[in-house]
Design a protein. Sequence first.
Length: 202
Amino acid sequence: MTQVTPLTIVNVGYRSTNYWVVSAGTSRLLVDIGWPGTIGTMKANLKRMGVPLREIRYALATHYHIDHAGLAEELKKEGVPLLVLQVQVDAIPIMKTWTKPSDNYVEIRADGNVTIPFEESRQLLQQIGISGEILHTPGHSDDSISLLLDDGSVCTGDLPPEAYAFDNPVALGTWHMLRERGATRVYPAHGPIRPMDPAPTI
Ligand SMILES: [Zn+2]
């Protein structure tokens, strides 16, 4: 028998970027992982929102740009494993090229990462009490992924909103796929939570 704990999602973000903590009780997943050099701010925000760091089972970056994965290595040192999709592996070392020494970015090492294909995401999430899956959602970058929960909530990272993506067929295809898969509520990396746009009429 599977026990279902209702999921909650809170925002621990800062500097115009949302970092979502998805929780099944005290079992938690952090979606997007802070700017480089801001571990103090992240810890303070987690504390303020009542999220003990030790309860975060994995950290997941929607893609490897510095505002989304900048603290990944530091959180690993705090005991939070980094969950990586296979499609993201090659993007990780490139992140360093976008940082300056003054950013205090700690480079992500391969050891300690939990790397999986998309097909294994549902099972892994189920192990931490979260019903949903991780999907490949290109449109902002090729390594972009989204967390789609079975309640219809979807964390989409920087996927450009459908209404502004008329010249981005890859993003439009991604939104179509998310709608088909049952997404109803969008938790973007920037801006407020919003309902999915209605299906476009042709
Ligand atoms: Zn980005």
